[in-house]
Ligand binder design. Structure first.
Ligand code: 16G
Length: 234
């Protein structure tokens, strides 16, 4: 908010941010041309411009060269719901897609065996995917899971959790850590952000109903497009 001079600009930013959060203004929706928008809101063009700059910085709107300013795609995910990426996007009416960066089978790496309890020698698959919603890049997942949990013919396409459901069950309990991080250079390239841009770095270990480890995953989600929310009572 530091760049806005007066309370009017601040109120404008807050009103637009809450309209975007409650979906009154939907993702992908174009904003009116600056002159009309400012006139409609009864504010000066410079106040509007400063407000939009702030909203862009916070990831609420995005400007595409030559095409104007749009409401950006942002995901708010309840932190306590155990869902996968495909579930999250479909429940929001978005079309999930993935680009597979790497998919290989190998013996479980010792540190993963140590963390998850999977015995050394277990055959695991390492699947690295760029995750998209309506063709917009949201994040990058690098998951390691026993081949047995997905079947030997799994080629990494489609929903991993749906595949596990069909095979013997997806994770039902997860230990997860979530922290702010700077995008590592190799991940930044896929996410379409500058190296060092803000991302949410999430590590999860998922266990099946029997307490067996089913997934050890590292995800990097774009900080401007992903937000975890929770209801907290006291
Ligand atoms: C989410 C999970 C990831 C899991 C994937 C399954 C987080 C931080 N990561 O991206 O661990 O592998 O969902 O999604 O939630 P899928 O069923 O669409 O493949």
């Amino acid at each position: 908010m530091d760049r806005l001079t007066g309370p009017l600009g601040i109120r404008l930013v807050m009103a637009m941010a809450s309209a975007i959060d409650d979906r009154t203004l939907g993702p992908g929706q174009p904003l009116p041309a600056e002159r009309d928008f400012a006139a409609g809101l009864g504010v000066s063009r410079s106040t509007l411009r400063q407000s939009l700059e702030q909203l862009a910085k916070d990831g609420y709107v995005a400007t595409r060269a030559g095409a104007g300013t749009f409401i950006a795609q942002r995901i708010q995910k309840p932190i306590t719901r155990l869902t996968g990426f495909t579930d999250d996007m479909l429940s929001r009416g978005l079309k999930p897609s993935s680009h597979i960066v790497e998919c290989k089978v190998m013996p479980v790496p010792p540190e993963i065996s140590f963390r998850t309890g999977l015995p050394l020698g277990t055959e695991v698959m390492m699947l690295s995917r760029l995750r998209q919603a309506d063709d917009e890049v949201m994040g990058y997942d690098r998951s390691i899971f026993p081949v047995q949990a997905v079947g030997a013919d799994f080629d990494g396409t489609g929903s991993l959790y749906a595949r596990m459901d069909a095979q013997g069950g997806r994770p039902r309990r997860i230990l997860q850590s979530l922290k702010a991080a700077e995008a590592p250079a190799d991940i930044a390239r896929y996410l379409g952000v500058k190296p060092g841009a803000a991302v949410l770095a999430i590590h999860r270990i998922g266990y099946g109903v029997q307490g067996n480890a089913l997934e050890d995953a590292m995800s990097w989600y774009r900080g401007d497009r992903y937000e975890y929310i929770a209801e907290i009572t006291g």
